[in-house]
Design a protein around this ligand. Structure first.
Ligand SMILES: *Cc1c(COP(=O)(O)O)cnc(C)c1O
Length: 367
């Protein structure tokens, strides 16, 4: 039995008949840039996550860039974030000329430790960028209290967390801006690159709208230097067609996670992911921890079971961030996670037999 880490083809079969007419319509009308498909997506997404404004953009990375720029974060500023995340989190901070200041993660959830944030605040700190990693929210209530106390902006990296909730409120709706990605491997993916920024601040929304099109909403009138960071109408249409399915796909991921948890229950050599009591986890990734991670990874490869390591090198150890002055040992939990974690197939269309096969293979190897 072959089990890929992710196979999007069965999902496509589900939506094919709905997507093709949308795509043909856009091609027939040649309306590729912004317009009604993008407006519709922004309205639907705002309703879905229950926030006043959303803005479609070219990728999750550009969502982060737009948010940083709209909040005037740049040279000389510091942004507090986690070293255990996808590169774009700290990459976007560096891209605007600011400095990433890391705090270590909670080993049980892989999420940034909110109780470490205040220690990292300096007179230069302008913002906090929590990452709702793997589909579970950071503890946003204490985080927002710290942000308010120190007058810091909050940009949520919700690229992996569409539909995740904390205290019954959606990821990406707590801070000044929430940043989402429609990269195909996210829970709500398009047919290429795409992203979205959410905000509950109208003035910030207007600024973001300008920044998305070279810094001015009126053509050829540039109030500032922005980006070309639009989402394609084609990609917006794909996301709109998929959105009504998202809840059932998330249910499928949660069902698969519960089955894995059950199958690993009696194996003390596999540490399964936890869902915090006040959270709704959407399992963009199902990440376990094992002692002999690299040999398990090789073994799964031989058995044709897809798996991946998110992420094998903490951001404070990346060569491009050497100038930040961090060294090995600075964030021990993040480094330990990089050495011991492995993501297993979790996508909703997996069969029970496939999950059982993956779990048995892991159990036989690690027990
Ligand atoms: C995917 C991802 C991004 C970037 O999104 P892209 O659409 O690939 O640019 C940023 N942060 C995190 C945590 C991600 O997983």
């Amino acid at each position: 039995m072959k089990v890929p880490l992710l196979d999007l083809k069965p999902q496509y079969q589900q939506i094919k008949e709905k997507i093709m007419p949308e795509i043909i319509e856009i091609i027939e009308t040649q309306g590729f840039i912004l317009g009604p498909k993008v407006d519709r997506l922004e309205k639907e997404m705002a309703e879905y996550i229950n926030t006043p404004h959303t803005l479609g953009c070219s990728s999750g990375t550009d969502a982060l860039l737009l948010a940083l720029m709209a909040l005037d974060i740049g040279r000389g500023d510091e942004v507090i974030t986690t070293p255990y995340t996808f590169f774009a989190t700290a990459g976007s901070i560096a891209r605007v000329g600011a400095v990433a200041r890391f705090v270590d993660i909670d080993p049980a959830t892989f999420l940034m430790r909110v109780d470490q944030i205040e220690k990292a605040i300096t007179p230069k700190t302008k913002a906090i960028m929590p990452v709702h990693l793997f589909g579970q929210c950071v503890d946003m209530e204490p985080l927002m209290a710290i942000a308010r106390k120190h007058n810091l902006a909050v940009i949520e990296d919700a690229a992996q967390a569409i539909g995740a909730r904390y205290h019954n409120k959606d990821a990406g709706t707590f801070g000044d801006a929430g940043c989402f990605s429609f990269f195909p491997s996210k829970n709500l993916g398009c047919f290429g690159d795409g992203g979205l920024v959410s905000t509950n601040r109208t003035a910030l929304y207007e600024r973001l709208k300008g920044l998305r099109v070279h810094g001015g909403q009126v053509q050829y009138q540039h109030l500032e230097v922005g980006l070309n960071a639009r989402i394609d109408a084609l990609q917006a249409a794909v996301v709109s067609v998929k959105l009504p399915f998202l809840k059932s796909w998330t249910d499928g991921r949660r069902r698969n996670a519960a089955l894995y948890n059950e199958l690993f229950k009696n194996n003390s050599n596999v540490i399964t992911p936890i869902e915090k009591p006040d959270c709704y986890h959407i399992y963009n990734q199902y990440v376990i921890r094992v002692k002999n991670r690299d040999s398990l990874k090789a073994h799964l490869g031989e058995k044709e079971i897809g798996c991946s390591v998110y992420y094998p090198l903490s951001l404070h150890q990346q060569k491009c961030f050497a100038s930040l002055g961090y060294k090995k040992g600075d964030f021990p939990e993040s480094e330990k996670a990089a050495d011991t974690t492995i993501a297993l197939p979790i996508y909703p269309e997996l069969s029970r037999e496939q999950i059982e096969f993956v779990a048995k293979t892991v159990n036989d190897f690690t027990a």
